[in-house]
Design a protein around this ligand. Structure first.
Ligand code: ADP
Ligand code: MG
Length: 364
């Protein structure tokens, strides 16, 4: 599927493909389109390839430019499928399902790496990120789509099985043992690992420019082929909020070599008795996190971190999230959207965020 194709066309295609996610590589205004058209001439000789694949419960799009673009994209798609099969809780023969069923396994190197990152995040976020939340995900029906609101008694009972500090993990042997009844799910961090991993695949194949969109989570490789930055839109999390009613996007980030990963309560949810319940659970309560935030977008070179933190900071809420950022501002930046539509960005994004909305920039 290698094609000689200009930037302009590709930007339009990507926009269509990723339009349903929380972030998208956006088409640009007249001025930038002009720049893009001139890029058509400059990049005529650069081969490109793009493929869409359904994995990890979402549509993923991989795009690369370079002499080996087609091989790079094929290799990336194979890696996506391999990692999906390794970690899917929906497949009974995945490594995670075998662990959850048997209670103890020797982890493969990659699974160990992701589990270790998850355990570190559990510590650093003081429990906001917790892969042992899984039994509650099942109880609420987020894994099956058969949604239900559990009784408080049932939630309390299941909370006994939550807490990454209860896992027994030996980093030397990579043996992970779950106490009876406990189970884990890497769904809050796996896509970020995958997008970071694809950057390594791009490197290996000498890709000159590329991007991956995993259900709206974007990671960009270098700049666009004309040397300009990738423009990634942050989806409007709730157009019924008055302050957000006039915009398609909360804002647009111009980036290179960055993951832009969003978590929001609008991604998977159900309603019962007028209350909305969504798929990001607060391990402190066992119910949907109600922290006053509509969405959290993390910008970082490290896709794994960005994914883990988008979930974590959504659970934490604005105040805790900004305190956390202040202590880790060299590792990531963040865009917070609150329930009243207020937008806050952190200092590192000052020069790469554009928005039609008023917003506050917090410096460290
Ligand atoms: P998405 O995968 O929808 O883009 P997230 O990255 O925020 O969004 O991940 C949400 C997923 O993470 C849930 O579907 C569930 O599998 C898992 N999860 C939910 N709450 C937590 C939590 N507090 N800590 C870790 N993982 C969580
Ligand atoms: Mg996440």
């Amino acid at each position: 599927m290698t094609r000689q194709i200009g930037c302009l066309l590709l930007a339009a295609a990507l926009c269509a493909l990723t339009g349903c996610g929380s972030a998208a590589e956006v088409s640009t205004d007249g001025e930038t389109n002009q720049a893009a058209s001139s890029a058509v001439q400059e990049t005529e000789e650069i081969s490109s390839s793009t493929q869409q694949v359904f994995a990890m419960d979402t549509y993923m799009t991989v795009t690369a430019y370079g002499d080996q673009a087609e091989a790079a994209v094929s290799a990336a798609v194979e890696e996506i499928q391999r990692l999906d099969a390794l970690w899917s809780v929906g497949e009974s023969d995945s490594e995670i399902s075998i662990l959850n069923d048997s209670g103890s396994v020797l982890l493969s190197e990659e699974t160990a790496e992701l589990v270790e990152r998850s355990l570190t995040l559990y510590q650093e976020t003081e429990g906001a990120f917790d892969i042992t939340i899984y039994p509650l995900m099942v109880e609420w029906g987020f894994t099956s789509g058969e949604y239900q609101v559990p009784t408080q008694e049932r939630i309390d009972q299941l909370l006994e099985l939550v807490g990454s500090d209860k896992l027994e993990y030996d980093a030397e042997t990579r043996q992970l043992t779950l106490p009876e009844g406990m189970a884990i799910d890497l769904g809050g961090i796996a896509k970020g690992y995958v997008s970071s991993h694809i950057m390594d695949v791009f490197e290996e194949y000498g890709v000159v420019s590329g991007m991956v969109s995993l259900g709206g989570n974007v990671q960009t490789y270098r700049t666009k082929t004309d040397g300009s930055l990738w423009r990634v839109g942050i989806e409007n999390p709730d157009a019924t909020v008055e302050a957000l009613s006039s915009v398609d996007y909360v804002g647009i980030l111009s980036v290179a070599d960055k993951a832009v990963i969003t978590s929001g309560g609008y991604e998977r949810y159900f309603e019962e008795d007028g209350v909305t319940y969504h798929h990001i659970l607060d391990p402190a309560t066992g119910s949907s996190a109600r922290s006053g935030l509509l969405s959290v977008t993390i910008v970082s070179e490290d896709g794994t971190l960005a994914d883990g933190l988008s979930t974590s900071l959504f659970v934490m809420g604005k105040e805790r999230a900004l305190t956390f950022w202040a202590a880790h501002s060299d590792e990531f930046d963040v865009v917070l959207v609150e329930e009243d539509g207020s937008v806050t960005i952190t200092g590192g994004l000052k020069d790469c965020f554009e928005s039609d909305l008023d917003y506050t920039c917090v410096e460290n």
